[in-house]
Ligand binder design. Sequence first.
Ligand SMILES: [Zn+2]
Length: 125
Amino acid sequence: MDLDKIAELFGVRVAETKDLHPDHHGMYIHHRRLILLRAGLDGWNYRSIFAHELAHAFYRDEVHGDTRAEKRANQWAAQLLISKDEYRAAELLHGPHPGAIAHELGVTPDVVKTWCDIFMRATIR
Ligand SMILES: [Zn+2]
């Protein structure tokens, strides 16, 4: 999934910066249609945080730190980053280990855990 293309579709610019609050690796500024990502992130964090901020752009979130908005963004990002087929292939290779699956899929373990939460809830219902 080409995240830059999605940003372009959303009309959102992306910039890397070293001037983010230490607690945040990324930020979406709605009134400027701008995603800020911490400069120097590794590929796994970069994709995971980029997708999370794209979710805020998708939902037009203007408030930062709202628990429900953060959860919604995490779920949207997980579904954007991981397809069922990709997950199954990674699980076949590595077994049910979120860390190894995350490494294989190019995302952080948190994204895999979020994805599993969604998927398991979907199969239980
Ligand atoms: Zn967020």
